[in-house]
Design a protein around this ligand. Structure first.
Ligand code: F3S
Length: 388
């Protein structure tokens, strides 16, 4: 039996459980679970064996952030990170490239390519919820190994989110929370209360750009929610079919759920870019720092895709240099969650603008974490405020 036949057979088995045996063709795949931190030797060997077997991806495949981007590793980090980790991460990326993946190393592939209205197989929860909510694309939230098989075969099980009937709102959720809470915390609170379904969200306004990505990523973190309906923004199947349960989220819910994410003690580091920041977000950081007129006093790490980092190196190195002058490090192709940076650099309390990052810093890295908005993160970083 060829590798392709074996991969197809595995997908059919999964489809028998999830979708009555039905498969659907996909036009693209986004592969998650590529950090050596999370997949370890078992994942590395699976990818290497697949690449050695002669299997190749049939559809375009983008790739999530890795544990480190070996192509753009600063000399300091090369010194600090365990040699074995960097070497094994390189092997994972090499195997993926051999299979035919494009090493975008980002959780925001939609910032660099137009995926609107496509049927795809994506594996990164923050991208899945963004695609289903904002771009009209159709995908379920697939695990890393299944995204690899989907890229080889060009199909996935046709689960509910690929069909109209699985995309209608299942709840109406009214959010009665004041302006002072960052969108990321509001999203985290909705996800914690609701846990599953497709909420039709009545919000105090609609977040835009980075705040929208951050809000949706946070909402998907404590839940199995892979699609929301945002009136005026979601392009497809927005009205509930008949009566659906109504849920109200209050400030009391938010205080209860997010209380311990408040900044109450001095951080060791400020981590931004979960999901990955865009070019516009980097410009916003610079303009806030110019306005504050001060270098940062704490390490500030901003995570971006390899695609954006390379573009900056080629076309706008001056932006990287200006940020560096203010003490800000832009880091390519990884993030504070999927890299071993916290442990290697000895961070024990990270301040971030992302409830998703804060959640995984606690659960994966056993690192304390606090959440506030970008402006406050930078005010803390420059010493303009000390809320502890
Ligand atoms: Fe992306 Fe890493 Fe956050 S993959 S969504 S930056 S946890």
């Amino acid at each position: 039996m060829t590798v392709l036949e074996r991969a197809e057979r595995a997908l059919v088995k999964v489809a028998e459980v999830l979708s009555g045996g039905k498969l659907v063709e996909v036009s693209a795949v986004h592969i998650s679970g590529v950090s050596y931190l999370t997949i370890r030797d078992a994942g590395l060997h699976f990818l290497e064996e697949l690449a050695e077997s002669g299997a190749r991806f049939r559809v375009p495949a983008t790739v999530n952030p890795a544990g480190v981007d070996p192509l753009h590793l600063s000399p300091e980090l090369r010194e600090t990170l365990p040699h074995d980790f960097v070497e094994k991460q390189c092997r994972i990326l090499h195997a993926l490239e051999k299979l035919g993946a494009e090493l975008t190393l980002t959780c925001t592939p939609y910032l660099y390519r137009d995926f609107r209205n496509q049927v795809v197989a994506w594996g990164e929860s923050s991208a899945v919820i963004y695609g289903n909510t904002v771009l009209g694309l159709r995908t379920d939230r697939w695990g890393g190994p299944l995204t690899v098989l989907a890229a080889v075969v060009g199909k996935v099980p046709e689960t509910k989110l690929y069909r109209d009937e699985g995309r209608y709102p299942t709840h109406v959720v009214e959010v009665r929370v004041g302006q002072r809470y960052p969108w990321s915390l509001v999203g985290y609170c909705i996800g914690t209360v609701l846990r599953s379904g497709t909420p039709y969200l009545k919000l105090r306004g609609v977040p835009q750009g980075r705040e929208l990505r951050n809000f949706l990523a946070a909402l998907a973190t404590p839940s199995n929610i892979n699609r929301c309906v945002l009136p005026g923004l979601t392009p497809d199947l927005v009205e509930p079919r008949g009566r659906v349960p109504e849920v109200v989220i209050t400030e009391e819910d938010l205080r209860r759920i997010c209380e311990d994410l408040e900044l109450r003690e001095e951080p060791d580091c400020i981590a931004l870019g979960c999901p990955h920041y865009s070019y516009e977000d980097l410009r916003e950081i610079l303009s806030i720092l110019v306005r504050l007129g001060s270098r940062v006093r704490y390490p500030v790490l901003v995570f971006v895709s390899r695609v954006l980092y390379q573009r900056l190196l080629q076309e706008e190195k001056v932006l990287l240099e200006k940020l560096r002058k203010y003490g800000v490090d832009v880091v390519s192709g990884t993030c504070i969650v999927v890299s071993p940076l916290c442990e290697s650099l000895g961070y024990r309390h990270v301040l971030t603008d992302s409830a998703k990052a804060a959640h995984y810093l606690r659960t994966l890295h056993r690192c304390r974490s606090s959440v506030t908005d970008l402006e406050t993160c930078l005010r803390v970083a420059t010493g303009a405020v000390r809320p502890w």
